[in-house]
Design a protein around this ligand. Sequence first.
Ligand code: PNW
Length: 462
Amino acid sequence: MTVNFPPGFLWGAATAAYQIEGAAQQDGRTPSIWDTFSHTPGKVLGGDTGDVATDHYHRRAEDVRLMADLGLGAYRFSVSWPRVQPGGRGPACQAGLDFYRALVDDLLAHGIRPVLTLYHWDLPQELESAGGWPERGTAHRFADYAHLVAEALGDRVELWTTLNEPWCSAFLGYGSGVHAPGRTDDVAALRAAHHLNLAHGLGAQALRAALPSRAAVSVTLNPGAVRALTDSPPDLDARRRVDALATRIFTGPMLHGEYPADLIADTAGITDWSFVHGGDAAAVHHPLDSLGVNYYAPFLVSGQAPGAAGPPAGEPSPWPGAGGVTFHRPPGKRTAMDWSVDPTGLYDLLTRFAREAPGLPLMVTENGAAYDDKPDGEGAVHDPERIAYLHAHLDAVHRAIGDGVDVCGYFLWSLLDNFEWSYGYGKRFGAVYVDYATQVRTPKSSARWYERVARTGQLPPF
Ligand code: PNW
């Protein structure tokens, strides 16, 4: 059976500035927290950094031609804050803005819709040195930055996203410390989450004020698809706690104008939340034109029966206030990240948000998988596992649409193999293979498969 997607459905691929651009010290760019972090020994596998990455800053035109060759209708990229506003405050850097203007013009010339994300984790180091996301002022700096980019690109970009995955910024950056800036402090992580929410709200307001009315404003979350190991009350309670910390800490204020009461109660031993000021919830609760959903793999959790010994305490964790929760390895297939393959998790998230926020269009802003891709003797890269992964997840998206969910686009992560954060260049998520020694790009078989899907709006039989 052939599976047809609705006309007008956006077919795209996604990237992020620090993961592909390189040119870290060029044209006035100052360091971000990821430059500092990746240059700190022991933080990134193999000591890899984004200094060169996939050299996209210099190969922009070639990369846009590649997107056109792959039949993409849209391209989701992020703007590097320290490239367009060095140091995170003050005037714009013209050379930085010129790069994004040229990128957007190339995209438009090829009929590819630009989808711009303002913040994909590269906080200017100066702002981290002034306290970073745990400090309220960072949210105001972000709103200024949003205004500056909107003034520069608002005439040619229609789809705007404030933040990418604030969960990662707050809880991997300040809680477990596996992402930049590498701090391990539960209070700082919760403060960061709130100031990211506030940054989203203030940033969205700044965008509205500066953009033409046809522009759309969105945010991208990585909501948790959380499953309980059993239906026992402790396991269901573990699921509730993790859902609050993964998802409702953001969707509460963004979609409903308040933090969930159970989250405040679960974290009462850590903070009294006095960093939330009167009026903040209203500022965060800004009407959105769509919600971006990134999905890779679900969580499987269990709780602690009363009196039983819990997991070892004291390890830095991205789950403050969830000390009694155990995370399990789900059975079944896995990717090179050791993440389990479970397309139903994506279906569950899409149908959940359709119920929770009726009328709000959803966009799958990232979905994809890392596998151990290698060129064969002829230089071709065959990645049947990635095709199977994409096929199964697109089928789940199609099922959600069939059940009445308004999903308006899908962005494969990622266009190119790239700097996979603390894993460095060892993990390849690209539809296009990158030989880092030569920077030669080779579309994998999944790229050609996805091209057919994007050009026809149809999922071929599998
Ligand atoms: C996302 N987790 O990161 C990011 O938006 C991308 O930049 C990244 O390359 C991609 O997914 C693949 O990792 C995540 O630990 C990192 O749950 C970590 C998690 C989730 C998403």
